[in-house]
Structure formats: C-alpha cells, structure tokens
Design a protein around this ligand. Structure first.
Ligand SMILES: [Zn+2]
Length: 439
C-alpha cells in the first residue's frame, strides 16, 4: 500500500455501517438512547458536560499541580452560530467554523452550537459531545500547568489523554450527569473521534500536526487506563508518535493509491510472505500457503463451520483450510475507508487461520483479541522491515483506515464479543510491539 487513501467521511462511515450490519439491527447511536437523560437537547448535554468537567478538575487538578487548586475558566463558555460568531481570541477575530476550541489568551471555550454539536450528538451520542469538551478542558489544564511549550501533536494527544482520564472517572460512577456508560456508547464515541479534527483557535498551521487517529485513540486509552498524572507527564520524548517516523511525503505526492484488485493481490502476497516467516517463530512449525478466494454473494463456497467476520462476508474455513471473501462487500469497505481496510480484513482472516492451525481459539472476547493482536503484528513487520522496492509500505493514513474498519466491524457485530475499544487496544499492541506481545 504505497500511498495514502484517507477518504473516510461521516457519510461513508455511516454507509459502511449500514452495509455491514445488514438487517440485524444497529448498535449505532440510537442504542445510546437507553438512558433516563436520552431526551436532553444538545445545549443541555453541553451544560452537563461543562459542569462535569469543572467537577472533575476541581477534584483532580491538585493531583497534577502539586496541590494548587483548580481555577475555573475566567473567560467562560461561548456557544456560537453562523449569525453570532465566536468571540475574538487574542488578536484573531472570531469567525464561524464548525468546530470547538479553547482560547488560551481569553481562557474560554467556544463551540459551534448550530451544526457541529447537534450533529455529533445525533450521529454518535452524547458521550462524544462530553469528550469534545473534555478534550478542550484538557487544553485549559495545559495552560494552567504552563505545559504549552510543546509540539502541537503532543498537546493534542495530551488533551485526548486528559479526556480519557475524565472518561475513566465517569465510567467509575463519579459523574452525576454521565452515568451507566456502556461499551457500545464508548465505541460510538470512538467512531466520532475518528471523524474529528481539532482546530485550535491559534497556530494550527500544519495539517499533519494533530496526530493521526491511531495515536489519538492511543492517548485517550492511556488516559482511561492510567489517569491524569500519566497525561501530565507527556512530552515529545516519551510519546510513541507513529505519525512522525514513517510519514512519507513522496508516497503521498506520488498519489500511489492501489486500485482495489491490486490492493487485494498486494495484501495477500505480503501476508503470505509475512506468515511464512512469523508462523515458525510462533509455533516452531512451517507455514503452508493459504488459498484465498473471492466469491459472489450468490455462490459462497461451501464451509460447514466458517469462522466468519462482517456478517459472513469474509471467513476462514477450518475444515477446508482456506480463506474466502465477498468481493463486493470488501470493495465497499475499500471505498469507505481506503486500501488498508482490505489489509485489516484479510489480515484478520490470516490471523484466524494462524489460530486454528496452531489449535488456539478465535472465539469469545479473548479469542477475538488474540486475533486482533496477531493481525497487528503484520503491520509491525511492515513498519520495521528494511525498505525494499518490491514490498508495500504504510502511511499514517493506512493505520487510521485499519482502525476505522476495525471499529466498524466491532460496532456491527454488537455486544457479543470484545468492544471496539478493547479490539483497537489489542490491535495496537500487535502493531507497536510485534509478535512477542501476542504470545
Ligand atoms: Zn485540541
């Protein structure tokens, strides 16, 4: 996959979700409504989010500031619309944009109350709205701590980490407003985060500087798992920023997107080569080449007990020891997320074959997470092997495509197994740490 093909959009993501979930009923944002406060308007959700951030940071700030108390935002909160633009931030006149931002000079938070917030709430649920404000509060915390002399990509990930720290606190039941948070709600919010790009009120001049979604979700999960103190320690030297080491501008300039058919061939060839090398390391046994066959939905190859994903659109057949996929549905994924969605899906099936061949389970939450970790190790190899002209290379966009496709699959399959949140963490473990992380 030489090249970037990041074309996931709100519309494409939604279309894919429909395509994957078929008639089985959604686990999308509508299911988030099963709470007593479901009928809250966007403005009410924002009010609750902001007051909860103040509650959380009043309690938490002393633990990261050496005991200093939290001081509420002096500039307050400013919803804006197209006809009533946001206040000026420092020397910059307030101009309507569909975003939310923290202004350090004015110490205020402003947001598009007309389009952005209502749209996020209706598409991804109120937890995403809360996380948007948790992120902006994170910038206010940075400003208070004087931690702002860092690259933008670090500041953005730190704000995501602080948002995760708030999420953990709410999940633990400490928030009076955001109660009973479910894995499905969190996955909906992650899907929204994948679509968001933060545009701070000042200085965001480098479009690559905000971090890719892969890194930003890592930072959020770090905050959930390790809390605000961990976030406060972020700096340019201790963050695993995947974006920087392997951004290849020349690839982007080449416009080297692989056409669908070529993407499939490239991915399969590389997965074969990878597992021929990795399977013996994992098991001490040689790897036998796998048969991979596309099928038309009306004539799927017979398989008594397929180990299937995406509602049966792709599967590994243990009895016949082959992989098969619905050619049309795989192309839908490719169109929605980009060429590395093909890599994610076929990589998942190869990981299933690995598990079956070595007598390990792919069932239940633990089996799924083992598959996701193994799947990630192929990407680890892509990132660490010597550059050769005849092997594919990855771009940051490719990682985001994989995460987007992974999350869409997890959401479409509902609450039966691991959550998208857990699956992304397992996948990332394989991507960042390689095969030894999955044993
Ligand atoms: Zn930000």
């Amino acid at each position: 996959m030489t090249g970037i093909r990041a074309k996931a959009s709100l519309a494409a993501g939604a279309a894919l979700f429909v395509a994957l979930s078929g008639c089985s009923g959604g686990t999308g944002p509508s299911s988030v409504a099963a709470t007593p406060t479901a009928s809250l308007s966007p403005a009410q959700v924002v009010d609750k989010a902001l007051s909860d951030m103040q509650r959380y940071w009043t309690e938490t700030y002393p633990t990261v500031s050496g005991g200093k108390p939290f001081e509420p935002l002096q500039g307050g909160y400013h919803p804006y619309t197209q006809s009533t633009p946001p206040p000026a931030c420092g020397g910059e006149e307030g101009v309507y944009q569909p975003n939310a931002f923290y202004c350090p000079v004015g110490d205020f938070i402003a947001w598009d109350a007309e389009k952005l917030i209502p749209q996020l709430q209706s598409q991804f649920g109120r937890l995403l709205v809360a996380l948007v404000f948790a992120h902006e509060y994170g910038h206010a915390i940075q400003h208070r701590l004087g931690d702002t002399d860092q690259p933008t990509v670090v500041l953005e990930q730190q704000a995501d980490c602080y948002a995760g720290a708030w999420l953990a606190d709410a999940k633990a039941g400490h928030s009076p407003s955001f109660t009973g948070i479910t894995p499905a709600q969190i996955d909906d919010a992650l899907a929204g985060m994948l679509q968001l790009r933060d545009q701070p009120g000042t200085s965001a001049t480098n479009p690559g500087a905000h971090g890719n979604a892969f890194d930003r979700i890592r930072a959020l999960q770090d905050g959930v798992e390790n809390g605000a103190t961990k976030c406060a320690g972020y700096n340019a030297d201790n963050l695993p920023i995947t974006e920087v080491p392997f951004t290849q501008r020349q690839d982007a300039a080449n416009g080297g997107n692989l056409p669908y058919g070529e993407a499939v061939t490239t991915v399969v060839n590389d997965l074969e080569a990878y597992w021929a090398k990795a399977y013996p390391q994992l098991t001490g046994q040689p790897w036998k080449p796998l048969t991979v066959q596309p099928f038309d939905p009306s004539s799927a190859p017979a398989c008594p007990k397929p180990d299937a994903i995406a509602d049966g659109a792709a599967f590994y057949c243990p009895e016949g020891d082959f992989i098969a996929y619905d050619d049309q549905k795989l192309q839908v994924l490719y169109d929605a997320f980009g060429d590395n969605a093909v890599g994610l899906i076929l990589g998942d099936l190869y990981a299933r074959a690995v598990q079956h061949r070595r007598g390990a389970s792919t069932e239940g939450s633990a089996g799924q997470l083992a598959v996701d970790c193994l799947n990630g190790t192929w990407t680890y190899d892509l990132l660490h092997r010597p550059r050769q002209s005849n092997t594919p290379t990855l771009s940051p966009g490719d990682l985001d495509e994989a995460v987007g496709a992974l999350l869409a699959l997890a959401r479409a399959t509902g609450g039966s197994g691991a959550s998208g949140f857990e699956r992304i963490a397992a996948y990332r473990n394989g991507v960042l740490n390689g095969l030894s992380a999955c044993k």
